[in-house]
Design a protein around this ligand. Structure first.
Ligand SMILES: *Cc1c(COP(=O)(O)O)cnc(C)c1O
Length: 404
């Protein structure tokens, strides 16, 4: 179930369809993008702690599953279902908050900078603990328009350590068994969420930490083994396992190309700056989570590196550093640098800070490029703004004076 928030290009969703991949979505935009790109609704779920009415309505119309995140939202979904009157029952899952307390007590996540991890997990707004989840399942069973079909949890990219994933999902299995037995239900599926670490991880905040020795197969093996043991121990019928990777699928599919504007090599300064035209706000994880994305000299890959290091800096009015102390070949204006691993969360979080239009996106296959998103114009940046009439008079006056 591809988490489309990580990359909302229709073409990426369409490739997922070809590969038989389902999806997670959040809010009316992602519901619509998933639909427009032609995903199979049976494999799509709507998540979120706040689900705007339009998202719920469309999700029910299209036949997506809905993952509840509070008891209170049952009646919202029930009311909208009564209005939409879908032919089939709405498939409902419940999002659990899974906290393996013993393991997380002195656990150090390598992604979240939370000193008190277990405290943060208890505080975080997502999901429900067991007793509240039982109340929801019991209520869902009573509603004719609903079909209880499973459980959901998602902790996010918290650790590369396989032991953390093992502990998390064993606890999840135990919670699922307890809730299902007490409520007299059998889940069709249990959704493990996303956060699966990749082999090369810029979001690890340091180049030294970037390589992950574990593969996705390693995580699959440890998680399946642990959950299977927990289910078998209790003689519980094995539900389908679904998962929702975002970064794992989209991470390394994106490369941001940027041109050198000037190399500022003031002899009085200790630093050389390679000024490039791509804002770091086009990959906001670089700013918000100190992501370290490798930068490669795309058109000079075979040229020797020069001795003096350089700061590679974007145009915007913050330091906007893509890489500090980079070893590069001799660079000059119009050289092209490639910023790697921006397939996840870059385009979907990119901002137009400094009113810079965002670039185009092309899909590359067998050496051919197809435009899948046109570049924005300055008009696009301001397309939603409205200048009240009363300010226009003063502007016209100024214009008149200027001409006179
Ligand atoms: C963000 C999110 C994902 C994807 O997370 P990744 O870390 O990108 O794999 C999956 N499911 C839910 C509910 C999410 O919020």
């Amino acid at each position: 179930m591809f988490a489309i928030k990580s990359n909302t290009n229709y073409a990426v969703r369409a490739i997922c369809n070809e590969e038989g991949v389902g999806g997670d979505c959040f809010g009316p935009g992602e519901v619509e993008a998933t639909y427009i790109a032609g995903a199979d609704p049976k494999t799509i779920a709507l998540n979120g702690t706040v689900k705007p009415e339009l998202a719920i309505r469309k999700a029910i119309e299209y036949g997506y599953a809905i993952h509840l995140d509070s008891y209170e939202e049952i009646e919202i979904v029930e009311r909208i279902a009564a209005e939409v009157k879908p032919k089939e029952k709405v498939r409902i899952a419940v999002r659990l908050k899974v906290i393996p307390e013993d393991f997380f007590n002195d656990f150090e996540p390598d992604a979240y900078p939370f000193p008190n991890f277990i405290g943060a997990m208890k505080w975080i707004k997502f999901g429900l603990l067991k007793e509240e989840a039982k109340k929801i399942v019991n209520r869902v069973k009573e509603i004719d328009a609903f079909e209880f079909y499973g459980f959901h949890t998602h902790l996010g990219r918290f650790s590369k350590q396989p032991e953390g994933w093992d502990a998390l999902y064993r606890e999840y299995a135990r919670n699922v068994i307890e809730i299902s037995r007490e409520c007299g239900v059998q889940p069709f599926q249990i959704d493990l969420g996303g956060g699966w670490p990749r082999e090369r991880e810029p979001e690890c905040r340091s180049v030294e930490n970037m390589m992950n020795p574990n593969t996705i197969e390693d995580y699959a093996a440890i998680v399946c083994k642990g959950m299977l043991e927990e289910f078998n121990k209790e003689g519980f019928e094995i539900p389908q396992l679904w998962l929702e990777p975002g970064r794992y699928i989209a991470g390394n599919i994106g490369t941001l190309l940027t041109s050198v504007y000037v190399v500022k090599d003031d002899q009085e300064m200790d630093y050389t700056y390679t000024m490039v035209d791509a804002s770091t706000y086009l990959a906001t994880l670089v700013e918000s989570q100190e992501s370290k994305n490798p930068v490669l000299p795309a058109n000079k890959m075979t040229q020797p590196l020069v001795e003096k290091t350089t700061e590679i800096a974007g145009p915007i009015c913050i330091p906007s550093i893509w890489e500090s102390g980079a070893r590069m070949p001799a660079l000059e204006p119009k050289d092209v640098l490639a910023i790697m691993d921006v397939g996840h969360y870059a385009e979907s979080q990119a901002s137009q800070f400094n009113s810079l239009p965002r670039p185009a996106t092309v899909l590359v296959k067998d050496g051919e490029a197809e435009l899948i998103k046109r570049a924005e114009t300055v008009e696009d940046v301001f397309a939603t703004q409205i200048l009240p009439e009363r300010f226009k008079k003063a502007k016209a006056e100024l214009e008149k004076q200027r001409k006179a």
